[in-house]
Design a binder for this molecule. Structure first.
Ligand code: ADP
Ligand code: ZN
Length: 514
């Protein structure tokens, strides 16, 4: 296909003057009849990669997409641009379906969206010669290694056998290598050309904060951003509602969004957000897939996501217009413990736990966060980014040997049989039930860490865990235990360097500097 023709079609139907990196290469490869695998971050411009070929190819392009709700939006958008597109699913009436069959027969349809569950409805109308291209959107849904596995996707492997001469393009924003390989194998396109876009979204600032008094921190944050749209991701429906209620009470146009709401209600909330009549959406991860709002200025994670793929996809919804946007993740120890439980009850326990570990390492990092993130997606960067909290405010280290000795000897006295909360209570000489019930006030280590705040202890202990001096016994009620390295600190005066914990005020000031 001539470049001139591609560009003029891009301009005529989509209004763009040039291709984004990789788009042209992918489109050219599709015209060569090859199978392709596209890995691009959210907002990278995946849709054009199959929508534009669809316009120029002789027959129908079949688009497999996981969510019926999104299909309608996509089709409406295409139709508004003068492109003949439709979707088919089991909720349509017979006459609506008949109409689509007719358009397939007449070859007047360019794009047909279908959920994998509904593929059999149209199967008899399709043959190898009748379709020019098969696009599989959100292709990671086929892989149980990925973060959004959908059983109906696993049957898609038959497409290559049924339509052997039709090229397939699989698209996803999930980048890790294992998932990528798994997708190609399961789709029977092992030799697909792989196109991996850069995952570096320089316009997104990255920040992680301790998850204490999250609601207060969020209120302070939005108070200075009253005209900016944003999303707050929470783990549970209950959290979305609580956060939304709090914001509404302060006069913000906020709304909760989760899978427990009715279809219409959800569509309404999405529309309100897109046309700016709602400013803030407090959502579970059910929100956002495929939402095309380019001016989302910030994304907050009220809870820690289960892995970096999910995290990156969610923060990627901010700043699609390329303008500076902010992201903030609250890191809480309780979340980690909860996620650990989910992971250990999941099908792919080992994989999920390993992914969660990477997520934790990112949250607790003491070096440039973007480097860690891009490294995870296989992009090695030499330079610090300058646009994450660590780069803006590099941690200062101090001799934390005494603090470490206090914590470790206290764990020793507690016989490795208490979780972090009790450890901190004993260190700080708390007088609550958990302490008094077991007579911990009589331990020699009771109250030896009074002068350090609860929040700081928590952060120091997390550092000690990461440094390998303390272990969490996940299968034993998350009790904290000593490790083979602890001895050197306790008995051989091994020095421990800890990172200074910025005060709430310092965090605030560094955020205002930007
Ligand atoms: P993805 O599916 O990868 O998340 P989209 O296909 O929805 O991304 O594209 C993201 C945004 O970028 C959309 O607003 C889209 O219109 C825009 N876009 C895509 N390609 C181009 C281009 N070549 N020039 C300008 N804008 C583009
Ligand atoms: Zn950085």
């Amino acid at each position: 296909m001539e470049e001139k023709r591609l560009l003029s079609t891009l301009k005529e139907y989509f209004g763009y003057d040039s291709f984004r990196p990789l788009q042209k290469k992918i489109i050219t490869s599709i015209f060569e009849g090859k199978d392709n695998m596209v890995i691009m971050p959210t907002g990278g411009g995946k849709s054009i990669c199959y929508q534009l070929p669809a316009l120029l190819l002789p027959e129908l392009t079949l688009v497999i997409s996981p969510l019926i709700a999104l299909m309608k939006d996509q089709v409406d958008g295409l139709t508004a641009n003068g492109i003949s597109a439709a979707f088919i699913n089991s909720t349509q009436t017979e006459s609506e379906q008949e109409d689509i069959y007719k358009r397939i027969e007449e070859n007047s349809l360019k794009l047909l969206y279908v959920a994998p569950e509904s593929l059999q409805i149209i199967d008899r109308f399709l043959s190898d010669g009748k379709i020019s291209l098969i696009a599989i959107d959100e292709a990671h849904c086929i892989s149980s290694w990925g973060h959004d596995f959908r059983p109906a996707y696993t049957q898609l492997g038959y497409l290559k056998n049924r339509f052997p001469s039709t090229p397939i393009v699989a698209l996803t924003a999930t980048a890790d290598k294992a998932t990528r390989e798994d997708i190609c194998n399961q789709l029977n396109i092992p030799h697909a050309q792989k196109h991996v876009a850069s995952f570096d979204r320089k316009n997104l600032s990255l920040e992680v904060r301790p998850g204490t008094k999250r609601l207060e921190q969020i209120l302070q944050f939005v108070e200075t951003r009253k005209k900016e749209s944003g999303i707050i991701y929470c783990l549970s429906r209950k959290n979305t509602e609580e956060v939304a209620a709090k914001l509404k009470a302060k006069g913000f146009k906020a709304e909760a969004y989760h899978a427990g709401l009715g279809h219409e209600e959800r569509t309404q909330i999405q529309d309100d957000f897109i046309n700016d009549s709602k400013q803030i959406i407090c959502a579970t991860i059910a929100f956002g897939m495929g939402i095309d709002k380019s001016n989302i200025r910030w994304v907050i994670h009220y809870n820690m996501p289960k892995n970096l793929e999910g995290y990156y996809q969610e923060i990627g919804r901010a700043g699609r217009d390329g303008l500076a946007s902010e992201t903030m993740l609250f890191h809480s120890y309780a979340d980690v413990v909860q996620l650990q439980k989910f992971a250990s009850n999941s099908k792919n326990e080992a994989v999920q736990i390993a992914k969660l570990d990477r997520m934790k390492q990112y949250s607790e990092a003491l070096t440039c966060r973007r480097k860690i993130l891009l490294n995870y997606f296989g992009e090695l960067k030499q330079e610090d980014c300058g646009n994450c909290d660590i780069c803006r405010n590099p941690p200062q280290f101090f001799d934390g040997t005494i603090l470490a000795q206090k914590a470790l000897s206290c764990i020793y006295r507690l016989k490795g049989a208490e979780p972090i909360t009790v450890l901190i209570d004993v260190l700080r000489g708390a007088q609550n039930e958990a302490v008094l019930e077991k007579n911990y006030q009589q331990l020699t280590t009771y109250g030896i860490g009074k002068e350090t705040s609860w929040r700081d202890w928590q952060q120091y202990i997390i550092q000690l865990i990461n440094l390998g001096y303390i272990e969490i016994a996940f299968h034993k009620h998350n009790h904290l235990q000593l490790t083979s390295l602890s001895k050197a600190v306790l008995f051989e005066s091994k020095k421990v360097q800890l990172a200074k914990i910025p005060t709430q005020q310092e965090i605030q000031e560094s955020a205002e500097k930007v």
